[in-house]
Write a protein that binds this ligand. Structure first.
Ligand code: TPP
Ligand code: MG
Length: 583
């Protein structure tokens, strides 16, 4: 075993796991390791805020399928990782969060920048490695990398800051990647049985299809069964939109065609999806989940099987291997759905055409409040603007989306033909996710156009990372939907609180001018006819290394709310508040 310092063991273990980029903000706690990064060929990306670094590691991980890494100063630097780690947890992103902590001889004394760092992350990581002895630096670093990939989520590597120093004898671990099979024989047999007898099978293609690299297998199986395919909430890139069997996304602001098709299913194959509760709520007044259908759910995490929806068969396996195994089992059988494929194809075409027409005619929101605020506005209707962006979208673009009303409405207008193209803020739903995430994605895939959709409220939280783009030469495009409000929350005050607006109106600077001050390009987009060209030019500028912020002026109108399921009109009990009741 060679003799080395723990810092060397740490950096050598990063290298053996293929790390080329680390995101973070400099801190004395890990300076001894940071000092080796350049010599090791690891690029350190200094960010404006640690949350940005965490999201960048997430975007990097999501597009590359490899671990993203972030690191920060003990105490405040590390607590700034909480939101990004929770977001990565719910996006199933393999992010290794490196958290140097108070020196081992000072723990509990209330020295400088001390906080107990393991409990804070215990519920938002898949694994926590605590280096309890410097001699275990390489071992635990390696384990955090392996666990992040195998458990599909963030892991924490907690290192007392004095443990970077000294001398140890150590072997550098190699990555341990263990293939997961498609599931147990019995469950695959039972699933094949249901699928062969199905008259109207529908596939839900989820994030697991992308993460397992199983798109071809999913496509092969869907084609063999001639099963329509709907994509799970915010995984619009989990099936190619140009495929005849594609019906679009389920969930909030998703595709009515997808909802109407799955409503007719007698067997649903949920492939690589946990069928999260938010992603399967009724939408547009359609309670589409087929309650009498037999549900086959494939997920690599057994804890997700049957958790949210009642299932008939649970397959604990990798989506790609499971699709292949099912296809194999069905190959020589009499498949009911192959005999009636024509009817189903017709149904799919009909629903898709109808939805496309409806969407094209849905040029603005039609509720009374939206009509009122848009009436005398010179500003663009958000839906028309989103359609223009859709038309101008470069073929191989990567798009991240934030949390907000317009970002959510964009769900219907984001279609992809290749996987690893959409990086929405997933179930954690934090404003400020999209912009740093696309910066990380761009580093992993520098040739692909990288675009973030962000509302103006969320932009206020995240625009500072424009400096990272400029300082580090990472060219991306931010499309800021400037409607002068925290729209998604204002919508609740419109629908439930009698238009009593509290904390939702925004006075913004010129985002374009601000971008220019920071050294990026900034463009004000005021006319519908300019949207497509502005996006095309901004994507082109990425080739020359330039980041562009498009400050897109849209009207205040608002689409359906996020949480119709969770809000109620106020009914107060105290006399002094009774005037706020809403009938
Ligand atoms: C970090 C965080 N804070 C608050 C919220 C609550 N929230 C959800 S959507 C939203 C409004 C988003 O406004 P904006 O980004 O301007 O987009 P718009 O809805 O106007 O399109 C807020 C405040 C959140 N999801 N995340
Ligand atoms: Mg807004």
């Amino acid at each position: 075993m060679p003799r080395m310092t723990p810092s060397e063991a740490f950096v050598e273990t990063l290298l053996s796991h293929g790390v080329t980029h680390v995101f973070g903000i400099v801190g004395s706690a890990y300076m001894d390791a940071l000092d080796l990064f350049a010599a090791a060929g690891i690029r350190f990306i200094p960010t404006v805020h640690e949350q940005g670094a965490g999201h960048m590691a997430d975007g990097y991980a999501r597009v590359s399928g490899r671990q993203g890494v972030c690191i920060a100063q003990n105490g405040p630097g590390v607590t700034n990782f909480v939101t990004s780690t929770a977001a990565a947890f719910w996006a199933h992103s393999p992010v290794v969060v490196v958290t140097p902590e108070t020196g081992s001889m000072g723990v509990g004394l209330g020295g400088f920048q001390e906080t107990d760092q393991l409990p804070i992350f215990s519920k938002i990581t898949k694994y926590q490695g605590h280096v309890n002895n410097p001699a275990r630096m390489a071992e635990l670093t390696g384990r955090c990398f392996d666990m992040a990939l195998s458990e599909r989520g963030p892991t924490q590597l907690n290192i007392p800051r004095d443990y970077f120093y000294g001398e140890i004898d150590c072997t550098i671990p190699r990555p341990q990647s263990i293939a997961r099979g498609g599931g147990a024989e019995e469950s695959l047999d039972a699933a094949a049985e249901l699928l062969s007898a199905a008259n109207f099978p529908v596939m839900v293609s989820g994030g697991g299809v992308i993460m397992s690299g199983g798109l071809d297998e999913a496509k092969g199986l869907a084609e063999y069964l001639q099963a329509p395919v709907v994509t799970s909430y915010l995984h619009n890139d989990s099936f190619p939109a140009d495929h005849p069997l594609w019906c679009g996304p389920l969930g909030y602001q998703g595709s009515k065609a997808a909802m109407k098709i799955i409503a007719q299913a007698d067997v649903v194959l949920a492939l690589g999806t946990r069928l999260g509760p938010f992603g399967t709520l009724p939408q547009y007044g359609l309670d589409y989940w087929p309650k009498n259908a037999k549900i086959i759910q494939v997920d690599c995490d057994h804890r997700m099987l049957g958790l949210v929806k009642q299932i008939s068969v649970g397959v604990c396996g990798d989506a790609k291997s499971a699709a292949r195994a099912l296809h194999h089992r069905l190959a020589n059988r009499d498949i009911a759905a192959r005999r009636n494929a024509a009817e189903r194809q017709k149904a799919v075409r009909g629903e898709k055409d109808a939805w496309e027409q409806e969407l094209s005619a849905w040029t603005h929101e039609r509720d009374a409040w939206s009509m009122e605020v848009a009436k005398d506005s010179e500003r663009m209707h958000p839906r028309q603007m989103l359609r223009e962006l859709e038309k101008a979208m470069p073929k191989n673009a990567m798009v991240s989306t934030d949390i907000g009303n317009i970002c959510s409405v964009s769900n219907s207008y984001l279609r992809f033909n290749q996987p690893n193209s959409m990086f929405a803020a997933m179930s954690f739903g934090n404003c400020g996710y999209a912009f740093p995430t696309i910066i990380g994605a761009k580093l992993a895939e520098p040739k692909r156009p990288a675009i973030a959709y962000v509302g103006d409220g969320a932009w206020g939280m995240s625009f500072s990372e424009t400096l990272t783009c400029v300082r580090e030469n990472i060219p991306v495009t931010a499309v800021v939907f400037n409607n002068g409000q925290w729209g998604a929350e204002k919508k609740n005050q419109v629908d439930y609180y009698a238009n009593r607006f509290a904390g939702v109106n925004l006075r913004n600077p010129s985002w374009a001018a601000l971008a220019r001050v920071m050294g990026a390009e900034g463009v004000e987009v005021k006319r519908l006819g300019d949207v497509g060209e502005a996006l095309a030019k901004a994507c082109d500028a990425q080739k020359r290394g330039n980041t562009t912020v498009l400050d897109v002026e849209v009207s205040m109108e608002l689409g359906d709310p996020f949480r119709r399921d969770a809000l109620r009109k106020p009914q107060r009990l105290l006399d002094k508040y009774k005037h706020t009741n809403v009938a």
